[in-house]
Design a protein around this ligand. Structure first.
Ligand SMILES: NC(=O)c1ccc[n+]([C@@H]2O[C@H](COP(=O)([O-])OP(=O)(O)OC[C@H]3O[C@@H](n4cnc5c(N)ncnc54)[C@H](OP(=O)(O)O)[C@@H]3O)[C@@H](O)[C@H]2O)c1
Length: 357
């Protein structure tokens, strides 16, 4: 069987982008698609567009040694992420037209407006690329718009890695729960906050725990996004918009982070046999959806109470199946990179189906 061949335009090549490049190489024989990297755009590490394909090992080595990616470019020049997308679309016009060009977006979220990911996603779809993003911005700020855009140009826009890394949440509901209505959810979906609260329980200092999450590449580039609940609020907005058909931005999620939670609060909770966890939730009230992110004092029988360190969980309240729980025992970069792999695989399946028709 001939495997669909995907050409990847990576906008953002930090922790997630680099782990993805390595993972795709490591598990190549298991994939149901072939791939090559044709463009990389970053903010401060240069860019490269090469329709002949980029040597992944050399690209990773340049980044590791702090040298700009421009060294791999046939005609190096300064380009923004948008420039990279547009040039790749021009240089690989046939692949874009055939649906084999995929923009993999993994830039850092600006919580004010969902940029720069939103502009990258729009530009990529306009250029007939499929889009896979791990960025919460597009689904949290403009879900309806980008889904309509993707449909209009007959391309996929997927973002499984935006919530709970590689564990299927969006694809689970879309692919396996037809006709089921999601009426709400409750979950622990920010790894850094959960790790910090668990560390406080062990007597570790708040700032040390944040630093550990930064060192592991899990905390956001600006960890206050995790600590102040913005990351969880963006994920909550994305879940509300995609799974519940809502239309909220992270700014409409009622939000309290864990900055004010002290070791004394944790000790007091433990003395009463309880645990504090940062809980994200949403529920329908009549025609409206209320979404919240806040530290909650949980009793031991609460399914979220047992989650420690890098564990996440999401419980969906559905009309036909009752409550469904998705638990992630360990969240790390490989799992986020895997989310991109699973989305690329869906695009490959779609390409195969289109070829058969
Ligand atoms: N890390 C995780 O565990 C995880 C899990 C799930 C989802 N995510 C999401 O994945 C995304 C990336 O995370 P990360 O940990 O890989 O971040 P990161 O290590 O900071 O990497 C971000 C990359 O985006 C580039 N970039 C930033 N702004 C850009 C712009 N305007 N144009 C072009 N490139 C730009 C950066 O370039 P420079 O390095 O040159 O600045 C860097 O290559 C974030 O949205 C995050 O929320 C991360």
């Amino acid at each position: 069987m001939t495997l669909p061949q995907l050409s990847l335009v990576c906008i953002g090549f930090g922790h997630v982008g680099q782990r993805l490049a390595r993972l795709l190489t490591e598990i190549a024989p298991r994939l149901d698609f072939g791939w090559r990297l044709v463009a990389i755009g970053t903010r401060r590490h240069g860019s490269v567009v090469d329709p002949r394909g980029i040597d992944v090992t050399r690209a990773l080595a340049l980044i590791d040694s702090g040298q700009p990616l421009d060294r791999l470019d046939p005609s190096p020049r300064q380009r923004s992420g948008l420039d990279v997308i547009r040039q790749a679309a021009r240089d690989l016009a046939d692949e874009a037209a055939d649906g084999r060009l995929v923009c993999v977006e993994s830039t850092v979220l600006n919580i004010d407006d969902g940029e720069p990911a939103l502009s990258h996603v729009r530009a990529a779809l306009e250029a007939q690329m499929h889009v896979v993003t791990v960025n919460k911005g597009p689904a949290a700020f403009a879900c309806d718009e980008i889904e309509a855009m993707a449909e209009a140009v007959n391309r996929a826009c997927l973002f499984e890695g935006a919530v709970m890394d590689g564990v299927p949440v969006f694809n689970l509901v879309r692919e396996t729960l037809p006709a089921v209505r999601v009426d709400g959810f409750r979950g622990v979906i920010n790894t850094t906050s959960n790790f910090v609260l668990s560390a406080l329980e062990r007597g570790q200092a708040f700032d040390d725990a944040v630093r550990e999450m930064q060192a592991r590449g899990i905390a956001e580039a600006d960890p206050s996004l995790d600590i102040d609940g913005w990351d969880a609020a963006a994920k909550t907005a994305a879940l509300v918009n995609v799974l519940m058909g809502g239309s909220v931005t992270p700014h409409q999620v009622v939000r309290t982070g864990i900055r004010q939670v002290t070791a004394a609060d944790i000790g007091e909770a433990r003395a009463r046999g309880r645990r504090i966890r940062l809980v994200a939730s949403a529920a329908r009230h009549g025609g409206a959806i209320e979404a919240r992110v806040e530290p909650e004092l949980l009793t031991p029988d609460d399914p979220l109470a047992g989650l420690a360190d890098t564990e996440n969980a999401l419980y969906l309240r559905t009309d036909l199946l009752g409550d469904i729980g998705i638990v992630q025992r360990e969240g790390n970069l490989t799992q986020t990179a895997y989310a991109v792999v699973s989305d690329l695989s869906r695009i490959a399946v779609r390409l195969r189906d289109e070829t058969r028709r």
